[in-house]
Design a protein around this ligand. Structure first.
Ligand SMILES: Nc1ncnc2c1ncn2[C@@H]1O[C@H](COP(=O)(O)OP(=O)(O)OP(=O)(O)O)[C@@H](O)[C@H]1O
Length: 274
C-alpha cells in the first residue's frame, strides 16, 4: 500500500526524533550479494541492525527484501541455487564461518514468517520444543516457566493459559502469529527477523502484533519486511528502502518518510511506483 504526501505528514507527526549515535551494531552486513543461479537478487548491500531498534525493510515486490532478511539467519542455505557473497556478522563474528552451528545461529536470530506456521502440536509443545532441543530447561517446572513467560511476552498467555494442550493450529490467525513469536522468544534470541508478519492478519490482529513489536523493542534487534509504509512509520526507528536488489537509502524512519535523499525513495513513498 502506498502513502500519499498528506498521509505521510500525518504518519510522521507522531514519530519521536531518534538521535544519531555511533554504536556497535548487533548485526552488520557488508557488500552482501545474493544470487539464485543467474539471478542477482541482492546487490552489494551494507546495513547495520542495532540491539534497541526496529528496522523496517521496504520496497517494491521482488526487490530482494526477503532474500536479504533470510541471509541474516542463513535460511537461504536451504535453497540449493542460492549463493551469498560478502560478510554478515553477529556481535562481530562471521555467521557464514564454517565453524558456525546453524541451529544455534537460528536460535540467536529467530524468524517469524508471513504466514503463521505453528507446528501441528499443542500450544505448549509449540513453545517448549525449542527450549527442549537447546537444553534450556533442566526440569519440567523450568520448561513450564519458559513456556508461560514466552507466551506472556508475546501477549498471548491470558488467551491460552487454560488450553495449553489444544492444538496451536486451532488458534485464530493473529493468535497463531503471536504463538510463533512466543516460539521464537522462548530460545532467548538476540535478533528477531519478521517477514511481512501481518500480511495475513486482519486490522485488529495486526494492531496487536504491532503493539507487541513495540513492547519487544529494546530487548531484541528487530528487522521487519513490510509492504505497509504506514506500518513502517508506526513501528520502526530505521527504514531501509530497497529497489531492484539495491539498498537505495537507509536512515531514521522520520527522515526517510519526510525528507528522503534519493528520488527513487521519494517516488516510492509517494506512490509513484511499486
Ligand atoms: N527461491 C528462489 N529461487 C529463485 N529466485 C528467487 C527465489 N526467491 C526469490 N527469488 C528471486 O529473487 C528476487 C528477489 O526476491 P525477494 O522475494 O527477495 O523479493 P521481495 O522484495 O521480498 O519481494 P516481495 O515483496 O514480493 O516478497 C526476485 O527476482 C525473485 O524472483
Amino acid at each position: 500500500m502506498s502513502a500519499m504526501p498528506d498521509q505521510l505528514s500525518r504518519m510522521t507527526e507522531a514519530m519521536p526524533e531518534v538521535t544519531q549515535t555511533t554504536r556497535t551494531p548487533k548485526m552488520a552486513a557488508r557488500d552482501v550479494h545474493v544470487y539464485y543461479g543467474e539471478t542477482h537478487a541482492v546487490k552489494g548491500v551494507n546495513l547495520d541492525l542495532h540491539q534497541d531498534e526496529v528496522t523496517a525493510l521496504i520496497g517494491p515486490s521482488g526487490c530482494g527484501k526477503s532474500t536479504f532478511l533470510r541471509c541474516l539467519n542463513r535460511m537461504n542455505d536451504t535453497v540449493a541455487t542460492c549463493r551469498v557473497e560478502g560478510s554478515i556478522t553477529l556481535d562481530g563474528k562471521d555467521i557464514y564461518d564454517n565453524k558456525i552451528d546453524v541451529v544455534q545461529l537460528r536460535a540467536r536470530v529467530g524468524m517469524v514468517f508471513q504466514k503463521p506456521n505453528p507446528f501441528p502440536k499443542s500450544i505448549y509443545e509449540n513453545v517448549a520444543y525449542g527450549p527442549r532441543i537447546h537444553g534450556l530447561a533442566e526440569t519440567r517446572l523450568d520448561l513450564d516457566e519458559i513456556v508461560a513467560t514466552s507466551l506472556e511476552k508475546a501477549g498471548l498467555w491470558n488467551e491460552v493459559k487454560d488450553r495449553l494442550d489444544t492444538p496451536g493450529t486451532a488458534l485464530s490467525g493473529g493468535q497463531q502469529q503471536r504463538l510463533c513469536i512466543a516460539r521464537a522468544i522462548a530460545v532467548n534470541p538476540e535478533v528477531i527477523l519478521m517477514d511481512e508478519p501481518c500480511s495475513a492478519l486482519d486490522p485488529i490482529a495486526t494492531a496487536r502484533v504491532e503493539a507487541l513489536i513495540e513492547e519487544l523493542k529494546g530487548r531484541y534487534a528487530i528487522a521487519i519486511v513490510t509492504h505497509s509504509m504506514q506500518q513502517a512509520a508506526r513501528i520502526s526507528q530505521k527504514t531501509a528502502f530497497f529497489h531492484l536488489g539495491n539498498l537505495v537509502e537507509m536512515g531514521e524512519t522520520t527522515q526517510i518518510f519526510t525528507t528522503p535523499r534519493e528520488e527513487r525513495t521519494r517516488d516510492y513513498i509517494t506512490g509513484r511506483f511499486g
